[in-house]
Design a protein around this ligand. Structure first.
Ligand SMILES: [Zn+2]
Ligand SMILES: [Zn+2]
Length: 344
């Protein structure tokens, strides 16, 4: 039997249905796993996406995109192929795509994590014959701490700064990580101020029904004193630009899975690094592969060669498919250059 999903120059493709999943070029019909820009791109005629992803794509790409919605729990049949969405736990609206045709089931994971974050829905393992998995952090050195412990570290850093009148600035990608930080911190320590890019995403998500603690937009009228006890959440690119001038004195930090690798070089100019990832760690990937019951595994972006090699060594039929999911500047899917240089 022909493969249910194949890899083409446009991206992942289901020939039986004539549908692409997360294509990186314009196609007739695209199913989208989540709204990060390496997965959700413009230029296609029709889209099928989670209702939250639809709102995010309209805000981030183009309000005119023609997007039909599918919620987890419902199915849509195209040319006899059944498609359904299952929570991926990566960011709000993120899903895995289950594809079923003539008794065979494939699942394309998109990006996922196993830790619950209170905003993205809990990951649901889906039984399948073939599992297409990301493996951004598919090396045994990547093992995440409990999120509660990481948030205790972030709170302690913020509280310490606030007690000295030092502003705390944390770098977090505007969609997903920023809201996760906002949702996880102790907002009794001080006010939470955000960059415009984060504010835009917060607003779209709140309009989609997501509950978030109070936050304020940093603008030109924000008084200097407001920053003394504040936590500022911003994309990293704004730190050290004129935008952060009136926040001085400040301490800067970054929340990312890449912070697992110690050393200042990993953090760029940041003073602190907190290990907080929206991707599965090594144990999370292996546990997921096992729970799907799949006999065949296809590894896509990340440490694909090493991860699939390991899976073959423990008896899986594991393959690699190259994708163009490179992550945009701020998303943690894109490994900092210093990480790529590291011998592994
Ligand atoms: Zn993503
Ligand atoms: Zn990705």
């Amino acid at each position: 039997m022909a493969d249910l999903l194949t890899f083409t120059p446009q991206g992942m493709y289901c020939p039986a249905a004539g549908v692409h999943i997360d294509p990186w070029r314009g196609v007739e019909k695209a199913i989208i796993t989540h709204a990060h820009s390496d997965h959700a791109r413009g230029g296609s005629k029709n889209y099928l996406a989670h209702p939250i992803t639809k709102k995010l794509m309209h805000a981030r790409i183009d309000p005119e995109l023609n997007i039909e919605t599918l919620s987890p729990g419902s199915t849509q049949t195209i040319n006899g192929v059944r498609f359904s969405f299952h929570p991926a736990g990566h960011i709000p609206g993120s899903v895995q795509v289950r594809v079923e045709h003539q008794g065979e089931v494939w699942v394309a994971s998109g990006d996922y994590k196993r830790q619950t974050d209170g905003i993205s829905g809990g990951f649901e393992p889906v039984r399948c014959n073939t599992f297409i998995t990301e493996c951004t952090f598919g090396l045994p050195i990547y093992r995440w701490k409990e999120p509660a412990d990481v948030f205790a570290e972030i709170n302690a850093w913020w509280r310490g700064n606030a007690s000295q009148g030092i502003c705390s600035i944390i770098s977090a990608y505007s969609l997903g990580k920023a809201q996760r930080v906002l949702n996880g911190i102790d907002t009794t320590i001080g006010p939470v101020l955000v960059h415009g890019a984060v504010a835009n995403m917060n607003t779209v998500l709140q309009e989609s029904g997501l509950q978030l603690p109070p936050w304020e937009l940093v603008d030109k009228d924000t008084p200097k004193e407001r920053f003394r006890q504040a936590l500022v959440i911003t994309p990293g690119s704004a730190i050290g630009t004129p935008w952060t001038n009136k926040m001085r004195p400040y301490s800067s930090a970054m929340a990312s899975g890449w912070m697992q690798l110690r050393g200042r070089r990993r953090r760029g100019n940041m003073e602190k690094g907190f290990v907080l990832s929206d991707h599965a760690d090594w144990d999370g990937l292996l546990r997921t592969v096992k729970e799907t019951g799949a006999e065949r595994i296809i590894a896509t972006h990340g440490y694909t060669d090493l991860f699939s090699q390991y899976l073959r060594s423990v008896g899986y039929d594991a393959h690699v498919e190259q994708t163009e999911f490179t992550g945009d500047s701020g998303e943690e899917a894109a490994a900092p250059a210093t990480v790529a240089e590291r011998p592994i």
